[in-house]
Write a protein that binds this ligand. Structure first.
Ligand SMILES: NC(=O)c1ccc[n+]([C@@H]2O[C@H](COP(=O)([O-])OP(=O)(O)OC[C@H]3O[C@@H](n4cnc5c(N)ncnc54)[C@H](O)[C@@H]3O)[C@@H](O)[C@H]2O)c1
Ligand SMILES: [Zn+2]
Length: 343
């Protein structure tokens, strides 16, 4: 097992890579309450520790204030108080909703996660961002609050559909692309084994990705600078996600390919080097382009939550393993996208 720490403003979080869900009780105080979704509860409920369980529905539509309200209600029914502890067992949606419900109930309960999807293990459960969607805007309402612990049990991934493994791989590729050329090469060399869920490869990938995300978040929890690099592929990716209703991982994959193409166009990275990115994504079964109505993508970009005063902080590549951030007016970005004929 590998333990990685994230030092946040409110508390230090321990990410336990390779720990088993069966050991979860060791980390939970006596007055814990579990939050899970229908699917994860159905698959693994029998090995949950013996605490009350709140079950939410599945899917992005459930990531709402309404679901958070239903959790607050159950917490009241269960007699929860400021000494209670919430444990989210599930994917990114359960983690986001649990972290938000915990941080707002009675001005904030401590919480922990057992992350059950690859995406949640390498991304959603790490970093202290917890939030819900509102009026069609992703993560519109939320808080920064670190979980006390995150358990990343690789055995849980065996019941995931292949598309969910691919979604997680998109974020793993992102980590290599923005900050670690050796890691990127490791992913290239082990792409097939990763898709086959080779236990050693998966544990190495989760361990290294968590280290990379933890280091970035520790340096810049509130996304004033360095943390923005984790948005590589996400600006255009979120637009795809919203307009085309594709999954986050697939949207980010095509978003990264688009950001790499923009990096080449701006003369930041040689085309042959940038080409390694879409090549790897395709080997992982991920899309590198979508066809969409350009106007609809521009509209979605213009509404991006991360836009500040008409400017988007676009993450570009200087090399495989090195990212830089450029402030680009939305209008300029739209023109560049049009010039590249990306969609
Ligand atoms: N807070 C953050 O920093 C952050 C970062 C990245 C993504 N996110 C959020 O994470 C969410 C996506 O997370 P996700 O991809 O994990 O989606 P998810 O939580 O919806 O899980 C995907 C599906 O897999 C099922 N599932 C979960 N674990 C399983 C298992 N072990 N076996 C079989 N099925 C299982 C779930 O029930 C669900 O149907 C998005 O809402 C995104 O915004 C948050
Ligand atoms: Zn992401």
């Amino acid at each position: 097992m590998k333990t990685v720490t994230v030092k946040g403003g409110d508390r230090t979080s321990r990410i336990l890579v390779g720990e088993s869900l069966a050991n979860l009780a060791r980390y939970c105080p006596a007055n814990s309450v579990i939050v899970t979704d229908e699917r994860v509860g159905g698959l693994y409920g029998s090995i949950f520790p013996p605490f009350p369980v709140i079950t939410i529905g599945q899917g992005e539509e459930e990531k709402t204030v309404r679901t958070v309200e239903s959790i607050w209600e159950r917490l009241l029914d269960l007699g929860a108080d400021r000494s209670s502890f919430l444990v989210g067992i599930g994917g990114g949606i359960v983690c986001d909703v649990t972290g938000f419900a915990a941080s707002t109930f009675m001005r904030g309960l401590p919480f922990g996660f057992a992350a059950s999807t690859l995406l949640a293990q390498v991304d959603a459960s790490v970093g202290g961002k917890n939030g819900v969607n509102f009026k069609g805007y992703k993560n519109m309402a939320g808080v920064f609050a670190q979980p006390e612990f995150v358990i990343c049990d690789p055995a849980l991934l065996n019941t995931l559909p292949p598309e969910e493994i691919q979604n997680g791989m998109a974020e793993i590729v992102k980590h290599g692309a923005i900050s670690d050329a050796d890691y990127f090469r490791f992913i290239e060399e082990n792409a097939d084994k990763a898709l086959d869920l080779d236990p050693d490869v998966i544990e190495s990938l989760v361990g290294r990705s968590v280290e990379i995300k933890a280091a970035v978040v520790t340096a810049d929890e509130r996304e004033a600078g360095e943390r923005r690099k984790l948005n590589f592929g996400h600006t255009i990716g979120h637009a795809f996600e919203k307009v085309l209703k594709v999954s986050h991982g697939r949207a980010v994959s095509a978003g990264m390919a688009a950001a790499a193409a923009l990096s080449v166009r701006r003369g930041l990275i040689p085309p042959e080097e940038a080409a390694r990115l879409p090549c790897l994504l395709e080997r992982l079964g991920l899309p590198v382009a979508f066809s969409a109505e350009p106007g609809s993508i521009e509209d979605a970009l213009a509404k991006d939550k991360k836009k500040e005063g008409g400017v988007i902080h676009l993450v570009l590549l200087e090399a495989i393993g090195r990212a830089r951030i450029e402030a680009v007016p939305v209008s300029e970005l739209s023109a560049e996208i049009a010039a590249l004929g990306l969609f």
